[in-house]
Design a protein around this ligand. Structure first.
Ligand code: HEC
Length: 90
């Protein structure tokens, strides 16, 4: 889990997401912070997010959690891609 907090994050700083009040940001936090802190959208590129979401859908299924439905998935993906990193850092 510690890996999700990038080295430059200040510990204990509250996580603030872009457009935090938008329904997409709320949905993102509700769905993606159940097993770990929801990573910042800029933690990955727009190209990288679809594969990550697919992996998380699998994880939710294996854990018996309800995966995102089609609409939720596209809303979350759209949100992540709008605020994604320009280049992958890893
Ligand atoms: C059912 C539990 C669960 C849910 C819900 C979940 N994840 Fe994860 N996630 C995991 C696990 C387990 C790992 C692996 C942790 C580790 O690195 O050891 C992980 C790791 C990650 C990682 C970093 C490693 C990687 O695979 O790239 C990202 C990014 C991530 N999750 C994004 C998301 C997003 C976005 C959502 C919402 C769609 C989400 N997660 C919802 C369980 C979950």
């Amino acid at each position: 889990m510690a890996l999700l907090l990038s080295a430059c994050d200040i510990p204990n700083e509250p996580l603030v997401y872009p457009d935090a009040d938008s329904s997409a940001a709320q949905l993102y936090q509700a769905k993606c912070a159940r097993c770990h802190n929801a990573p910042q959208p800029h933690a990955h590129t727009a190209q990288a997010w679809p594969a990550i979401l697919q992996r998380m859908q699998m994880r939710m299924k294996t854990k018996g959690a309800t995966p995102l439905n089609k609409n939720e998935l596209s809303e979350v993906l759209d949100y992540l891609q709008r605020h994604a990193a320009p280049v992958e850092l890893k």
